[in-house]
Design a protein around this ligand. Structure first.
Ligand code: AMP
Ligand code: ZN
Length: 464
């Protein structure tokens, strides 16, 4: 079955053709580990995971790389830009290395909570400084760089197609909108490949290089790590839409010039999770939403994942707790439906194919997850499908959507003692009709990651 993907390169939906038949290589711009990932960042990683699972469902062998940005990148190229990791370290009284490790561990936990398949490689930027230096040297030898005040710059005027990918207009307006003002740049679009001069003399992360001790610029790591693991021509590169005009434009410029040929065939970008009125979630604001924030309110990683499936990845998605509650309720229903079809013996192949083809067509059509979910619910509601076929279909859908139905259906409820104690206190409060206390105890149980279901037969506590 054909696969169609929207390619930012060319801005159209295109039929996917792999470089090597039956194989697909994917690179995903990973997290910058100077803080927790916010739930918007996590949207981009769930998107990449869905892409990968879709290819697996189409019998592709997938090679997936996601980097960990643990080098402290300056918030801009200008000398007065702040280094994100150093900022994190100052905020927390830790070394930059401790900060990076701490947030990497949390990120890995988030991936697991979201049922994201681990990429085949998760290289750290700090382990690939030599590869970055080698590409910069290559660019220097080919005449694409210049040195000003100790820093090595990429000369964008030497690459005629620089503006094409993002449709930039290299006029005054676009130039002015570039965040930093660096008087050493020949053009405002030029960017630093290697820093030896910067604001903080106490910078902890430094390496020797042919240009002096310092650290890499913002973009070079992705060119270095992707090609190390996937080769210098690979299939798909993913990231959020914010990366199109700067990060990915610069990655393309430096890689194409260094390798002397086309670097990546398909560029896919997820749109943003917004807080309403198009307000962006941002790590630099101190109170951002992370997965743990949702979990404290009784929403699991899988509930959040189900919520994300409800919007197409190319559209902005508005976050709301009502939306999350609705997703959680729908997922509970699916888990119940899954439990109802526990018989696995035999399936009607023709019937299976009819439904699964519809489902896969939706996923192969540029990851149309809302449509795939519609097929899922259609299957749930169809009373003519026999139980064995339904069960097979549910398993096959779940393998692509990754909403953990089997795991949730089979999960043994282990309620810890402190939660059981709260429940029994609450039972007492309810007998005494002390509703305020009962509500308070419910909130406390929920804050521990459980849900409270009251019915005429009593109260049931379940893991949220
Ligand atoms: P960062 O850790 O800041 O490098 O971001 C990791 C990924 O999250 C990048 O691909 C960003 O483009 C993406 N991203 C950032 N904010 C959002 C958002 N609000 N919604 C969706 N993706 C986002
Ligand atoms: Zn990147």
């Amino acid at each position: 079955m054909d696969i169609f993907l929207t390619n930012t390169l060319g801005k159209t939906k295109q039929r996917f053709t792999p470089i090597t038949p039956g194989k697909v290589s994917i690179y995903t711009c990973g997290p910058t580990v100077y803080h927790y990932a916010h739930i918007g960042n996590l949207r981009s990683f769930v998107f990449a995971d869905l892409l990968k699972r879709m290819f697996i469902a189409n019998n592709y062998k997938v090679e997936h790389v996601m980097n960990i940005t643990d080098v402290g990148h300056l918030t801009s190229d200008a000398d007065d830009g702040e280094d994100k990791l150093e900022k994190g370290a100052r905020r927390e009284g830790k070394t930059v290395w401790e900060v990076a490790q701490y947030y990497t561990d949390h990120f890995m936990e988030d991936l697991s909570r979201l049922n994201i398949m681990l990429p085949d490689h998760m290289p750290k930027a700090t382990d690939h400084i030599a590869e970055m230096i080698s590409i910069i040297k290559n660019l220097e030898e080919k005449g694409y760089t210049y040195i000003a005040e100790g820093n090595v710059y990429f000369d964008t005027q030497k690459y005629a197609e620089y503006a094409d990918f993002a449709g930039l207009k290299l006029n005054e307006e676009d130039a002015r909108s570039r965040v930093d003002e660096d008087e050493h740049k020949k053009s405002p679009f030029d960017f630093v490949l290697w820093f030896t001069r910067y604001k903080y003399s106490s910078h902890e992360m430094e390496w020797d290089s042919p240009w002096g001790r310092g650290f890499p610029g913002w973009h070079i790591e992705c060119s270095a790590m992707s090609t190390k693991y996937l080769g210098d021509h690979f299939d798909i590169h993913t990231g959020g839409i914010d990366h199109i005009p700067v990060h990915h434009t610069n990655e393309i410029a430096q890689s194409t010039c260094a390798f002397g040929h086309k670097w990546v065939n398909y560029w896919m970008h997820n749109n943003f999770l917004v807080l309403g009125e198009d307000e962006k979630i941002s790590k630099s604001k101190d109170n951002f939403l992370r997965l743990q924030t949702l979990m404290d309110k009784g929403i699991s990683g899988l509930d959040y994942r189900y919520f994300l499936l409800g919007a197409h990845y190319r559209k902005p998605q508005t976050f709301s707790f009502e939306g999350l509650e609705a997703a959680k309720t729908s997922l509970r229903k699916l888990v119940q439906k899954y439990k109802d079809v526990s018989v696995r013996d035999g399936r009607n192949e023709d019937e299976f194919d009819i439904f699964y083809t519809k489902f896969l067509e939706a996923m192969n059509d540029d990851l149309n997850t809302p449509q795939a979910l519609a097929v899922f619910w259609e299957t749930v509601q169809d009373t003519n499908i026999d139980v064995g076929t339904k069960r097979s279909l549910f398993d096959a859908y779940d393998a692509v959507l990754g909403i953990g139905l089997k795991e949730q259906a089979e999960r043994k409820e282990e309620i810890p003692d402190d939660v059981l104690a709260l429940k029994s206190e609450r039972d007492k409060a309810r007998v005494l009709k002390n509703w305020a206390e009962s509500d308070r105890l419910r909130d406390e149980i929920v804050s521990k990651g459980f849900e409270v279901l009251d019915s005429k037969d009593g109260t049931e506590i379940r893991k949220a």
